[in-house]
Design a protein around this ligand. Structure first.
Ligand code: HEM
Length: 526
């Protein structure tokens, strides 16, 4: 073979390999059904704010399309009927999880419910979560949620010196939802934003959201990168250890309280310890299940309340309407209670609109298919990642008039809870998709909605929420790759009327029975 021929052959070979690496693969099943259409290239990761490029593809390729991430096929679902048909009606096939390197293999190692494949272990863990989080069980936590919402508003009122000093609400809101989750999970709470557990637990949640974007880590899609000891991989391993240390110490504490004969309030760990043998729960199972509640349940809810606070300064008209409703229904001599919820349709509508406009997860949590499937003449192979594209679903012009406008009025006649709404037969009638879909739908919906309602209604009852001059909260960019929270911002919380202080301080409420202050406890944090 002369040099020229060798050179040409090598060039052709390299070009062939290169093109195989960057061009999409056209898969078909035995009957010739093609995979859903999609962009012509493969990607090692998608750039920051992937929802923007995905939405452009929705406009181009329609209600269902496919994307190759390295050698892994993703199918993106953008229209309510398609989501219903695949994730709900064919849930037996589309309820597993893909084995992401960072989230599923490194940090959660297939645990914490959310990373568990669709199998008997998932069924067992999900049953436990459903029991703790069912609407009926949530009634039992109402006194705690009520108390924590009061403490949230009161600490904001005093620590901002009645509206004089602007505040970054992240720590306050973070502690509010963390305390709720600590009560539900461990039967305990923290005493102040300076508590070591607040300082330790909130950053762990943030680190998890930064490390686990469904599109953002090249290491998830390019296998050889998984063998290299990168900084990201070390961060993932450290985070797992931190989860085990922090929440392991908390589980141990509940066990000690129970062993010493203390009457620990009903909580997740109490149930886990009761079912430990019967359900064959390992120590790691228990630590990871509590991590799912304390981290997954806190960050998402806190993000939603922070988005609400970030949105309000640029929507004085919305605040005025909410204030009028609150004055009419609740008055100024008391604050709104959980019982007021059905009579505050505009406040409820604000909560739904925040979840639509600023879902804490634009891509929910991806599902995965177990077996080959054909839908509308398109082939979806086994082990395909099924992506619920909340961004496109929430900006669908057919479902929402002026979808990019923040307009709570669109939900004014919607008196269903999110859990009820998700069960409607016409998927176009569902309020929003922030809690996911199908068999893996968020089991925390009832408690999350109650927490958000209490915080939002009381913030509106107590304050006019305004921007710091020259520093409006940013509504376009955000922090996190899977869960998203606003970039750090400050607001002025100006008491709305002269009875706010008197009502907030009227009585020193008692901590709901059995909850102990963590200040008094040696947490043995590693
Ligand atoms: C605004 C608040 C919340 C939002 C937006 C939210 C959203 C989600 C989403 C999108 C999923 C994935 C659903 C799917 O795979 O289709 C999920 C799963 C989950 N959520 Fe939530 N969530 C919130 C609050 C909570 C709370 C308060 C808890 C617990 C107390 C919780 C516990 C869970 C668990 C355990 C899963 C895993 C379910 C499974 O894989 O079977 N979430 N959530």
């Amino acid at each position: 073979m002369d040099h020229k021929l060798l050179y040409t052959t090598l060039t052709l070979l390299v070009s062939y390999i290169f093109l195989r690496c960057i061009l999409r693969k056209d898969l078909r099943d035995k009957e010739g059904h093609p995979i859903p259409p999609g962009p012509p290239f493969r990607f090692p990761f998608l750039p920051r704010y992937p929802e923007l490029i995905l939405h452009k593809w929705t406009k181009k390729y329609g209600p269902i399309y496919s994307v190759w991430m390295g050698n892994q096929l993703f199918v993106v679902l953008n229209e309510p009927t398609v989501v219903r048909d695949l994730l709900a009606l064919n849930g037996a096939n589309f309820s597993s999880r893909w084995n992401y390197f960072m989230k599923n293999q490194t940090i959660l190692k297939g645990g914490a419910i959310t990373a568990t494949p669709y199998n008997d272990t998932w069924r067992k863990h999900r049953r436990i979560a459903n029991t703790i989080l069912a609407s009926k069980a949530v009634e039992g936590y109402t006194a705690t949620l009520d108390y924590e919402a009061h403490m949230l508003i009161r600490s904001l009122y005093h620590e901002t010196k009645q509206g004089e000093v602007p505040v970054n609400p992240a720590r306050y809101v973070g502690r509010y939802v963390l305390n709720n989750m600590l009560s539900v999970t461990f039967g305990t709470r923290t005493g102040s934003v300076a508590d070591p557990l607040v300082k330790r637990a909130l950053p762990l949640g943030m680190e998890f959201m930064r490390l686990t974007g469904p599109w953002s880590n090249a290491v998830d899609f390019i296998k050889p990168l998984q063998w290299i000891p990168t900084r990201t991989r070390s961060r993932g391993r450290k985070l797992r250890q931190d989860f085990l240390d922090v929440y392991g110490a908390m589980v141990r504490l509940v066990k000690e309280r129970m062993d010493s004969g203390e009457d620990v309030p009903d909580c997740l760990v109490k149930s886990l310890l009761a079912f430990e043998k019967e359900e064959q729960l390992s120590w790691t199972d228990m630590c990871m299940l509590t991590t799912a509640f304390a981290t997954g349940g806190s960050h998402s809810t806190s993000g939603t309340i922070q988005w609400f606070l970030a949105l309000m300064p640029s929507h004085p008209d919305v605040q005025t309407k909410a204030h009028q409703e609150l004055d009419r229904v609740v008055g100024r001599s008391r604050w709104p209670t959980p019982e007021d919820e059905p009579r505050l349709p505009y406040v409820r509508a604000i909560v739904k609109e925040v979840l639509r406009c600023h879902s804490p997860f634009w891509m929910a949590t991806p599902h995965c298919s177990d077996a080959d499937f054909v839908y509308r003449g398109m082939y979806i192979p086994a082990n395909t990642v099924m992506m619920l594209n909340c961004y496109s679903l929430h900006h669908n012009e057919e479902r929402y008039v002026d979808p990019f406008e923040f307009n709570p009025d669109r939900f004014i006649d919607d008196n269903l809870s999110s859990a009820e709404s998700s069960k409607q037969s016409n998927p176009m009638d569902r309020d929003h998709w922030a809690f996911g879909a199908g068999r893996r739908i968020c089991p925390g919906m009832p408690v999350a909605e109650k927490e958000i309602f209490l915080a939002v209604s009381r913030l509106l009852w107590a304050f006019c929420i305004g921007a710091v001059p020259g520093k409006p909260p940013c509504l376009e960019e955000y922090d996190g790759n899977s869960g998203r929270t606003p970039l750090p911002f400050e607001v002025h919380l100006v008491p709305r009327h002269d009875q706010v202080g008197a009502v907030l301080d009227a009585k020193e409420e008692e901590i709901p029975t059995g909850l102990v202050w963590t200040d008094d406890i040696d947490f043995k944090l590693a």
